[in-house]
Design a protein around this ligand. Sequence first.
Ligand SMILES: *[C@@H]1O[C@H](CO)[C@@H](O)[C@H](O)[C@H]1NC(C)=O
Ligand SMILES: *[C@@H]1O[C@H](CO)[C@@H](O)[C@H](O)[C@H]1NC(C)=O
Length: 188
Amino acid sequence: MENVIFFCVFSCWIMQITSSAGGSSDVRVRMGENITLNCSMRNRYEVAWYHLRSEELVLLISAEKDKLGRKLLTNYNPNSNRMKITADSWVTRVSLTISGVTESDSGLYFCGIKSDAPEMFFDKPIRLEIEDEVTVTERVLMFGGVGLAVFVFFLTTVIAGGIIYHRGQQKGWRAAKRASIMSYKSAI
Ligand SMILES: *[C@@H]1O[C@H](CO)[C@@H](O)[C@H](O)[C@H]1NC(C)=O
Ligand SMILES: *[C@@H]1O[C@H](CO)[C@@H](O)[C@H](O)[C@H]1NC(C)=O
């Protein structure tokens, strides 16, 4: 019975971890650190990063290629003290760097790219999660909890196995004793 309960606790914990780890475009960063979010800009001329937080979509930064298409020129950046946009030498990959992230930087980030046509194309959004010391400690505790659950599960399995083995041995010993008494009796 204990085994069943512990196994459930154990498997429920695992399910919680796998569900929280889901989603490939999640980015976690500690408060105060710098973060670089990447976006492909192949065959497009303009790029813009949007931030969705508390149901409000904010244009963070926008840039466009120069005439030769070899440089990226920033044309809108109200947070220039902590945000910048960079590109590789062929301006195929652009990166938004935010330095010293705070809690208010968490949320969804959308990279929109555009050519001469008016439509803007959006990549899969990136979810940015800001961790402070408390959430880090929580995660350590959670993983510690799983370790403990696994340990208890194995311990109960070993103890239960030991009891069954011990009982079996006793039974066998009693049977052997009975058999020897019988053979003693019959010898008389
Ligand atoms: C963006 O690309 C840079 C350079 O390859 C890399 O260091 C960084 O981790 C990438 N950012 C994300 C969010 O994957
Ligand atoms: C973060 O970015 C700032 C400004 O760009 C820079 O001065 C600092 O060294 C960076 N910190 C890290 C840990 O890379």
